[in-house]
Design a binder for this molecule. Structure first.
Ligand SMILES: C[S@@+](CC[C@H](N)C(=O)[O-])C[C@H]1O[C@@H](n2cnc3c(N)ncnc32)[C@H](O)[C@@H]1O
Length: 195
């Protein structure tokens, strides 16, 4: 059976990092939602995890899903991911230890569809994530061009990520689901090169 793009993103992250690397670095879930990605990153073994969401109910769901993991490893932030750089600074986390940032865009499944990620703040967060990411680090972005905001957001992200790829400092990879169309989800990954 074909993997969903969410599972494919997890598989790519799992294959990218070795146990030593995750044990000595931290990860960010830029859109906690129901906490599936946060739980995956904790299970993988990142020393610290910072999760963002602008909805209380998402952070509560994430906290509940991750309740078997030490609270010392997980910091949930009720702010936009456009506060990424400031939060890393405030938490005194060392940015050269940021290895992985996961964006699962759009709206909370079974939530209010009007509360969805927006192109502008997603691009701000991406820019901050790219600057803070350690060499060899990985950003994954699951985009949903099937809803109104998602069309613009996906197009803007592909443009920004393509420019980063052309700069030579990053490698962009794209994964489509089976029977891909203009409205099916798209998984994008960005790997930061070692100097
Ligand atoms: C598709 S859901 C994420 C799914 C989630 N990663 C999971 O594993 O269940 C998208 C989430 O992004 C959140 N969101 C929307 N705008 C945001 C922003 N500017 N900063 C952080 N989270 C945001 C929404 O509240 C929603 O919970």
């Amino acid at each position: 059976m074909a993997l969903t793009l969410t599972h494919q993103a997890h598989q790519i992250i799992r294959d990218h990092f070795d146990a030593e690397n995750v044990a000595h670095s931290f990860a960010i879930d830029a859109t906690c939602g129901n906490g599936h990605d946060t739980l995956f990153l904790l299970e993988l073994g990142f020393a610290q995890l910072v999760g963002f969401d602008i909805q209380d109910r998402a952070l509560l769901a994430t906290q509940e899903r991750c309740k078997n993991y030490s609270v010392d490893r997980l910091t949930l932030v009720n702010e936009s991911h456009s506060m990424l750089a400031e939060t890393i600074h405030d938490l005194k986390l060392s940015s050269h230890k940021l290895s992985c940032v996961v964006f699962n865009l759009g709206y909370l499944p079974s939530g209010d569809k009007a509360i969805a990620t927006q192109s502008r703040s997603t691009l701000e967060a991406l820019d901050q994530a790219c600057s803070a990411l350690a060499n060899g680090g990985l950003i994954s972005l699951l985009c949903y061009p099937g809803h109104p905001h998602g069309v613009e957001e996906t197009a803007d992200l592909i443009q920004a990520l393509t420019n980063l790829d052309i700069s030579g400092a990053f490698t962009l990879r794209r994964y489509d689901s089976e029977r891909a169309s203009a409205t099916t989800p798209v998984l994008l990954t960005l790997e930061k090169h070692a100097n």
